[in-house]
Each structure stands twice: as C-alpha cells, then as structure tokens.
Design a protein around this ligand. Structure first.
Ligand SMILES: Cc1cc2nc3c(=O)[nH]c(=O)nc-3n(C[C@H](O)[C@H](O)[C@H](O)COP(=O)(O)OP(=O)(O)OC[C@H]3O[C@@H](n4cnc5c(N)ncnc54)[C@H](O)[C@@H]3O)c2cc1C
Length: 443
C-alpha cells in the first residue's frame, strides 16, 4: 500500500470512493494484475462503516458478527499488502472521456491534479434524503438532522445531539439510532412512519425498538416543526392510504430533536456527468452482469449502484466490479496496441444489439443487473431484487423465450430485504435482443 503523492503515470483502474465497495474493488483489481489508484475524499478509508459501531456486519462474508469499523479494518489490512496507490483527502470532481480511457480531475489540499485511467470503478456510496425532500415545512431550527448526521455526532464526535427526540421514518439507520440514542440517555419518543409497514429489516425492528420499548407508529408523519434557533416541538399527523396528511389529526409533541431516516439515494453525480444511463428503479447506473454501466470502461458497485441493506453484498459487487475493470483495462491495452483510435472520439456507448434484457413484472421494486452482455456468458450470475410490497408465500419464476428455467419459493418477501439468487445461464439459448422475464406469483 502506498500513500504517496500523485504519480504522473496513468492507471489501469481508478476506484472512486474508499468505502467497503471501493476497498473490495481496489483489492480485486490489484489481484487481477492491474495498476490501481484508490481515491477517497475523507481522511480515512472505510466509508460510512467508520461510524457504524454496532455489530451485525459480515455474517455472510466472514460468518461472524463484526462492527462496521472491524469489518472495514479487515479490508484495509488486506489492502496494505497490495500495490494499490491510495489518495486520501482527495475529491474526484470531474471525469471526461478520452480516446483511450478517462481523464480524472482530483481536488485536494495540494491543489488540482489531472490524471489518466483506462477504466473507472464508481463506488461513491449513497446520500440520505433531507427534510426538504420529504416536504417538512416550517422554520429551520437546529435539532433537525438525518440519522447519519446523528450517528456521526454520537459515534465519531462523541456528542449527544438530542435529549428528547422523535424519529421520522423507519429505515435501518433510524432504527439503529433509536437504540443508540436511548443507550446514551436520550429519550426517544417514537418512530413515526408514513407507510403502513416499516421500511427497516425485521431484525432491527425487534432488536432496536421492541427490546427498548420504543413505539413504532405507522401511518403517521411530521407535518410541521416549531422553534427558531433550536427545535421546540414537531406536529405529527395521521396520513391516508396515499400518505397525504389527514387534516385535523395534528398533535404537537415537545422535543429538541427530529431525526430523519427517510431513504437513501445512490450518489451518482460523476456518473451522470459522463451521461451514464441511470435506472429509474434502483436510481443507480443501468449495469450488465459484470457491473459495467452502459459506458464502456465505467463500472459501478455498492450503494452507488443500488441501496444495499447488507454490507456483504456491497463487498461482493465491489470485488466483481474491480476484477472486471482490471480485465477490461488489460484487454483495452492489447486492443489499442493493434488499432489507431480516432482523436476526439465521443462517449463510447455500448452497442444495444449485444444485450439480453432482464425484465420484471410490477411485483418487483427493482432488480439488478438489468442487462446480460452476450459476449460474456458466465455459467451463473448473481441477481439481486426487492419485491414492491410485503408478500406471503411467493414463487419467483424466470423464463426465457417462454420457457421457465429457474424457480424459487419464498415463505415471505419484504421490500426492505434484498434477495439474492444465482441465476444459471449454462443451458440457455439466448440471442442478442432476447428477454429474460422475472415474475413473482402467489405460491
Ligand atoms: C448514514 C448511513 C449509515 C448506515 N448505517 C448502516 C448500518 O448501520 N448498517 C448497515 O448494514 N448498513 C448501513 N448503511 C448502509 C451502508 O451504506 C452500506 O452497507 C455500505 O457501507 C455501503 O458501502 P459503499 O462503499 O457503497 O458506500 P460508503 O460506505 O458510503 O462509501 C462511499 C465512499 O465514497 C467516498 N466518495 C464519495 N464521492 C466521492 C468523490 N467524488 N471523491 C472521492 N471520494 C468520494 C465517500 O467519502 C465514502 O467514503 C448506512 C448508510 C448510510 C448512508
């Protein structure tokens, strides 16, 4: 591991973001023989895991219950034994496509650097939705914060940001912070959720709310905040079936904190600047089975690709994206030695004709990958999906050309819980332009 100033040489693979996805990607690309640069805007590697001090990470990957920092540490140690060049406190501010690869602009305390890379792995994580994005109106007093901010104050700065608070939204980070703030002595008055069912994992509802007698009220939302400099109270109202507040149901609750856990959005500003196609369901790049976006040489993984609930799947996608980025960079090197590239070439959009599409019915909230690159036919590929609604006994059916070739039964499916299958492709007779159809039916 080198923590050195920018080398003027070009890289095969540049990984942007040093969270669990980026760490796995950098290690895998290095193992595959690529010259790798890992760029992180913060002073330490580990991404959001640095502030997740509760346990439950790594059950699938390591068969152990680790805390976030422990999980990250395993990868940071492994990275230490590689040849990956690391640039901390460096913000990737701009990417542009070149004839062969990409030009990347980095901003750091030392100034602005421009470097070349053959391929890119975007592992920039996700952002939390804020109060304005969920239409909470009123003044802007201190004390209204996202669950991630509350987690940062409590776990990194060692300061309790609230004494008596309300949590809006039942996402996992909100549930975890309900327990964390209670343990630190704050009074958590309740978790209010506009939907009719909670958004977090069942295990978090049991361990973070039920075990701590914290009430969960579905079908409720915050409609106003009170206070000028510091939050004094919030107004909670009931909502109808399409989540509109019901007039006359407002109740004022005195508190000094409103913690928001109302969703995460993949961070893709850099991808969008390259005109990478973003999928409306995942809000991350549309990808094939190698985690390559629809721009050649640009890969996406982790929460930048889609919001994950398990870090183990984040690492899995990072490792695959890193490996395939290294493979692509090596192939690019061989090809470019043999051909002359026209200067000023535009974005290398990938030929539509070489893909089979993975399509779903309305019962799915999202599914990835969305495309199968027919030039790379693995024996099996991991496919991730979420159901749109809570479902009881369900059968997942996968068909190609009207013939079912995969089926799995589930006792239940819930949108917060991402499912993973290994889809066998061995005996499939597919041509470019064909579809692989996924359906969820009552068992
Ligand atoms: C606030 C919060 C709390 C969470 N808590 C939990 C939890 O308790 N349990 C759980 O299982 N999951 C939790 N998650 C989900 C968690 O994000 C994933 O499990 C996993 O950590 C995502 O890994 P990642 O590498 O994709 O993203 P991240 O861990 O978010 O890492 C992305 C990295 O990219 C860097 N970056 C972004 N843009 C740039 C740029 N332009 N230039 C340079 N660097 C850049 C960021 O600084 C960051 O280090 C949480 C998510 C959030 C947002």
């Amino acid at each position: 591991m080198k923590d050195e100033r920018f080398s003027p040489d070009a890289y095969d693979v540049t990984v942007i973001g040093g969270g669990p996805a980026g760490l796995s990607a950098a290690i895998a690309a290095d193992k595959a023989g690529a010259r790798v640069l890992l760029v992180e805007r913060e002073g330490r590697l580990g991404g959001i895991l640095k502030q997740c001090i509760h346990d439950g990470f790594g059950l699938i990957r390591f068969g152990e219950k680790l805390s976030g920092p422990e999980y990250a540490h395993r990868y940071i140690e492994e990275l230490g034994g590689t040849g990956v060049t690391i640039r901390l406190l460096s913000f990737a501010s701009k990417i542009s496509k070149q004839t062969d690869g990409f030009e990347l602009t980095l901003v750091s305390r030392g100034g602005v650097d421009v470097l070349q890379t053959k391929t890119l792995v975007l592992s920039t994580g996700c952002r939390e939705r804020t109060a304005r994005q969920v239409n909470i109106h009123g003044t802007r007093p201190a004390g209204v914060m996202t669950a991630g901010q509350a987690q940062y104050y409590t776990n990194i700065l060692g300061r309790l940001p609230v004494r008596r608070c309300v949590i809006l939204g039942s996402g996992d980070i909100g549930l975890i912070m309900a327990r964390r703030l209670s343990l630190e002595g704050a009074e958590v008055l309740g978790v209010y959720e506009a939907k009719q069912s909670p958004s977090g994992l069942s295990r978090n509802i049991a361990q973070c709310l039920e075990d701590f007698d914290i009430p969960l009220l579905t079908g409720h939302t915050v409609t106003r905040v009170f206070g000028r400099d510091r939050l004094e109270a919030v107004e909670i109202s009931r909502v109808d079936e399409i989540m509109r507040p019901i007039p006359g149901t407002g109740e004022r609750i005195d508190c000094d904190g409103l913690v928001l856990s109302v969703g995460l959005i993949p961070e893709n500003e850099l991808a969008e600047s390259l005109e990478v196609l973003i999928h409306p369901a995942t809000k991350g790049p549309l990808c094939d089975q190698r985690y390559m976006t629809m721009i050649s040489g640009v890969f996406s993984c982790g929460n930048a690709l889609q919001v994950n609930d398990l870090v183990d799947y984040v690492s899995e996608s990072g490792a695959a994206a890193g490996f395939y980025a290294a493979q692509t960079a090596t192939q690019t090197a061989t090809q470019s030695a043999a051909r002359t590239v026209a200067p000023g070439i535009g974005l290398d959009r990938r030929a539509e004709g070489n893909f089979a599409d993975l399509t779903t019915d309305d019962a799915f909230l999202c599914l990835s990958p969305q495309r199968l690159d027919m030039d790379y036919r693995e024996r099996e590929i991991p496919v991730f999906f979420r159901s749109r609604e809570d479902r009881g006994k369900t059968v997942l059916r996968v068909q190609a050309g009207g013939r079912e070739f995969f089926r799995r039964n589930y006792s239940q499916l819930r949108p917060p819980e991402m499912e993973r299958i290994l889809l066998p492709l061995e005996n499939l007779d597919l041509s470019p332009g064909d579809r692989i159809d996924f359906t969820l039916e009552e068992a």
